[in-house]
Design a protein around this ligand. Structure first.
Ligand code: CMC
Length: 433
């Protein structure tokens, strides 16, 4: 990792009467970091940062976010340009390999992903073990972890070629698994992938075709789907990505690591927010109920789902792009009088003009608009986080690969501020008061 250089200056600290000089490292963009790796050894103290609000847990050259500017770059390229001009598979290549592919590289990459979209025939039997009413995210956690039981030939994490095959397998098979989770919940037969279709088109067809009638996707929907995938592809060291890195730091296989990431993504403060955001709009029901709902938010009874972000405190650049996509999709297939849409638009206006939300820098995030688009496309809310997981897989895999290739990588092992009892002796049950 060549880009990391000492910033020249050192941070000085005085701990327990001991003066320390800690190196300050400089990245290519973003805040410098104080290197505290020797702190415990030299001063016998830990740092304390629950929620990692001031902690850089790793070095990475994949994604850069400046939350104040509303800037998101993948390998240096602004997300707005990628969403406008690129395709999801091109972005996958960029995230995994560091550069946009040449035409020949793109053709090879696309062929490679397409070639791996099918699942082992035995894998399909796995779905039948779930209840029909299982949440599709529960199926995703189990099914993706189970890939490790089927693809033994790409589990050696120390073999670069096997790591690459696993990466391609995950990106290629996620749409097939996600579509099967959807079909299973509806009691419909599985639809197999078709190699002549694009990544997004193929996924939509596997979700919406039935044996009695094929599905030909509206190009506006295909483009919106691809864009949703691009906008969710990676997001620096968020909770699920950090989970993948932590799981991977022990040497666990990539399928297990991605299953761990999916589990973390499921939570309502993270990827589960898109499902919660739409449920919230449904619960509000009509625009006249918005003031009552907003009052409840201010009374801290609940949060406005799809609003706020740990890093973006100005606007979420992904939300800006998705708002445009939402308009396009709804113009193509939506009902302009859809009450859900009216509630969403009105809620957005109310929140953006209310001092409570302005003071706390709460803006619509990516999950606010993605739910509206996915709902118009025909996906039930329970599938929203699944689609997020599908798209984020490439980011997780790229970050996992980067970590494994980093010679300074070691098992992640945070420490703690212990506040429990001090040592005491065991008391036999008959002597306990
Ligand atoms: N609705 C109402 N109030 C909020 C919200 C919200 N959505 N988010 C934050 N606040 C308030 C919070 O009550 C606090 O107020 P005060 O200072 O008066 O105590 C202040 O804003 C700061 O909140 P925080 O919890 O310290 O902020 P955070 O950076 O830890 O939380 C967040 C970030 C995304 C977890 C949070 O904004 C949230 O819960 N949002 C709703 C869930 C959501 O939409 N998540 C998707 C995030 S984007 C996609 C992804 O990452 O998966």
């Amino acid at each position: 990792m060549d880009d990391q250089k000492p910033a020249g200056a050192a941070a000085s600290m005085n701990v327990n009467g001991k003066a320390l000089n800690l190196p300050v490292l400089k990245g290519t963009m973003g805040p410098d970091v104080v290197d505290i790796r020797k702190l415990y050894g030299e001063a016998d103290v830990f740092t304390y940062d629950p929620g990692f609000t001031s902690t850089a847990a790793c070095e990475s050259a994949i994604t850069f976010i400046d939350g104040d500017k509303g800037q998101l770059l993948h390998r240096g390229y602004p997300i707005e340009q990628l969403a406008e001009k690129s395709t999801f598979l091109e972005v996958c290549h960029l995230l995994l390999h560091g550069e946009l592919p040449t035409a020949a590289e793109y053709a090879k990459f696309e062929r490679n992903v397409t070639y791996h979209t099918m699942l082992h025939d035995q894998f399909d039997k796995f779905f039948g073990g779930f209840r029909r009413d299982a949440h599709p995210m529960a199926i995703m956690v189990g099914a993706v972890g189970a890939l490790a039981a089927f693809y033994h030939d790409s589990l050696d994490i120390h073999d670069e070629e096997q790591r690459e095959i696993s990466a391609i397998r995950l990106i290629a098979k996620m749409p097939t698994i996600a579509a099967r989770a959807f079909k299973y919940s509806m009691g419909q037969p599985f639809v197999h992938p078709r190699n002549e279709l694009s990544y997004a088109e193929n996924f939509l067809r596997m979700c919406f075709a039935v044996p009695a009638e094929d599905y030909v996707a509206n190009p506006v929907l295909t483009r919106a789907m691809d864009r949703i995938f691009i906008l969710h592809a990676d997001h620096e060291q968020n909770a699920s990505t950090s989970t993948v890195r932590l799981a991977g730091s022990s040497g666990a296989n990539p399928f297990a690591c991605i299953a761990a990431g999916i589990a973390c993504l499921w939570g309502p403060a993270h990827g589960g927010a898109n499902e919660e955001a739409l449920n919230m709009l449904k619960e509000i029901g009509t625009p006249d109920r918005i003031p009552e709902f907003v009052a409840g938010v201010k009374d801290r009874k609940y949060r406005l789902m799809g609003f706020g972000h740990r890093v973006y405190k100005n606007f979420d650049p992904r939300a800006k792009v998705l708002k445009q996509s939402a308009d396009e999709v709804l113009a193509a297939i939506g009902d302009p009088n859809d009450p859900l849409l009216q509630v969403a638009r009105e809620l957005e206006t109310v929140a953006l003009n209310d001092p409570y939300f302005i003071e706390r820098k709460l803006y619509p995030n990516v999950d606010f608009y993605s739910g509206i688009i996915l709902s118009a496309m025909g996906f039930p809310t329970s599938m929203f986080t699944v689609l997020f997981a599908l798209a984020r897989t490439v980011g997780w895999v790229a970050q996992w690969k980067e970590m494994i290739a980093d010679p300074s990588q070691k098992i992640g092992r945070p420490r703690q501020l212990y506040t429990g009892p001090t040592q005491r002796d065991y008391v036999p049950v008959e002597a306990r008061g």
